[in-house]
Design a protein around this ligand. Structure first.
Ligand code: PHE
Length: 342
């Protein structure tokens, strides 16, 4: 028996040296420790031995088994490391001399327009505020004169979250908070991302940007509103812009208007961006409804004011002649890279 044990050990040692990959090592394990393996058969043969012999030989066989098992694990680790090294060596070497990508990123066109408009309003004495995109229904609707049953809510369907919170449908959702925060008199603009349930086309998106503006003071009138709108637009376009004012309905203004500008994609001849009308609705606006002033804690006997909701995304379309609003959110670098600063 002793001889058999020594022979098995020797064979194992020799074969172990030759095992150079995981598959070979696995064969070796089966050959020695498998069900019909050399070491396993020693255990089976021990059954026929006398108990006195069995104890002594048993210890030897056990230590052989432990030796074989340990050596296989050890070799397995070496083989794994070798195989990893081989994989690494087979990879394309890293070429440190290759030129790097020096293309710089840029601000998104909407950010560019937003900052420009902010600057223009700042220079006219307006403060610039930021507000969250998730607001409660009260802020988005009730606080600006749109009660729960009002049909105006249909046009501004959005994502309703739990606890009666919504993704804001317009920047007007912050009007109440601005009035409460600053009181009257007040001159403020507050840009933001808005969300609506829309069927998208070249001029409609589910996600877009607006900039709300409010001016409240004693004797503020529609003339002030028109003056600020015209100044802002001529500053942005650095040219006279064709503007028209139409009556428009919004529950939070009275009177309310739609301010349109001549379409700059087609120069007024009609295209898909302006629905062939030659005009783009850019800035709904109006005189703030007394109920809205009251709910904002402003004395509606003493003060009047105007508010507007400038479509920043549409403005970016006009300024940069982007014919399809969907390009802005597409992540398509063919379009966005035109704004890269080299
Ligand atoms: N919040 C309105 C909208 O998004 C726009 C608006 C703002 C109209 C301010 C009047 C005054 O449709």
């Amino acid at each position: 028996m002793q001889e058999r044990i020594d022979k098995i050990k020797l064979t194992f040692k020799n074969l172990l040296k030759e095992a150079s990959d995981s598959a070979g090592l696995e064969n070796l394990r089966v050959r020695f420790l498998g069900k019909k393996g050399d070491v396993t058969s020693l255990f089976l043969d021990m059954k026929t031995m006398k108990p006195s012999e069995r104890k002594e030989i048993g210890a030897l066989v056990n230590s052989l088994k432990n030796f074989v098992a340990k050596e296989i694990v050890k070799r397995g680790e070496d083989i794994k490391n070798l195989e990893l090294l081989e994989t690494i060596n087979s990879l394309q070497p890293f070429d440190v001399s290759r030129p790097a990508n020096f293309g710089k990123g840029s601000y998104h066109p909407i950010t560019l327009v937003e900052r420009e408009v902010e600057e223009i309003f700042r220079s006219m004495g307006f403060i610039v505020e930021e507000f969250p995109e998730v607001v409660d229904e009260y802020q988005c609707f009730e606080s600006i004169n749109i009660p729960p049953h009002h049909p105006a809510r249909d046009m501004q369907d959005t994502y309703y979250l739990s606890d009666s919170r919504v993704l804001k449908t317009h920047t007007s959702a912050a009007q109440n908070e601005v009035m409460r925060k600053y009181g009257a008199p007040l001159k403020a603009v507050f840009p933001g991302r808005c969300f609506r349930n829309e069927s998208t086309d070249s001029s409609h998106e589910t996600t877009f940007f607006q900039m709300e503006g409010m001016m409240i003071g004693e004797g503020v009138s529609i003339s002030n509103l028109i003056y600020f709108m015209k100044t802002m637009l001529s500053e942005i376009f650095k040219a006279a812009v064709k503007v028209r004012l139409r009556p428009g309905f919004f529950p939070f203004v009275e009177p309310g208007f739609e301010l349109d500008i001549g379409c700059m994609i087609c120069n007024g001849s009609g295209c898909s961006s302006c629905k062939n009308s030659g005009w783009i609705e850019l800035c709904p606006c109006g005189m703030i409804h007394p109920n809205v002033l009251k709910m904002g804690g402003v004395d509606d006997e003493k003060y009047t004011g105007f508010a507007f909701g400038l479509g920043l995304t549409r403005l970016a379309m006009m300024k940069y002649s982007v014919a399809d609003i969907r390009s802005f959110n597409s992540g398509n670098l063919k379009i966005l890279s035109q704004f890269f600063t080299a």
